[in-house]
Design a protein around this ligand. Sequence first.
Ligand code: FPP
Length: 235
Amino acid sequence: MHVAIIMDGNGRWARERGLPRSAGHRAGADVVRTIVETAAAERVDVLTLYAFSSDNWSRPAREVSALMRLLGHYLEREVEGCRENGVRLNVIGRRDRLGPELQGAIERAERRTAACRRLLLRLAVDYSARDAIVMAAAGLGNGPTDRAAFERRLAEVTHSVQSVGAVDLLIRTGGELRLSDFLLWECAYAELVFSPTYWPDYTAREFRAALAAFRARDRRFGGLSTRDRPRALAV
Ligand code: FPP
């Protein structure tokens, strides 16, 4: 099962407390650990978290550098715990605009956890789904292609360690109802769960409730519900 999360609401969480936005991101980074642990316990195979979109470069330089530092620290602080718990780390998105220290931290974290198989944790950093689709399409050439081949290209151009395929469940916290250029191809048939909770307040309990809601849904992928399917087709 592939779960993706848009971790929104850090800024509003901080503002309501009279704190700088970076304090909201720091509080948000602490929640990441809880949600990763819960995902592993709930047998999620792939968890993709939207940590920094390509459009986030337009934020004030101070906020951008605070977020970049936070990501580097997160990778360095969590890498051994991830390794011990079977969590493979992977950063997807563009790497060429990241600072050399962060690039180094990413490479070390990916190398150190490369053999882990319990959960693949993908952090999307300098990520834009539209840019990824354009880059993947540009590299295909004129030969025949299919969705699987396109997905392999998408994985390559975004530095994904494997072609993880479709998102099953997309969660967005913070009350906004939009996709914000996140995994647009992969979310074709994703089930969507929107939560009003700001990300720093998001809990394992609410995450489990989203997983339970997902499991109760009737996924049809454009076909018939299992309830309405003729018996002969159901076997
Ligand atoms: C959106 O909140 C959140 C971000 C742009 C960054 C997400 C980053 C983290 C949760 C922390 C770092 C991540 C890891 C993996 C260590 P916003 O600032 O847009 O909030 P707002 O909509 O309330 O202003």
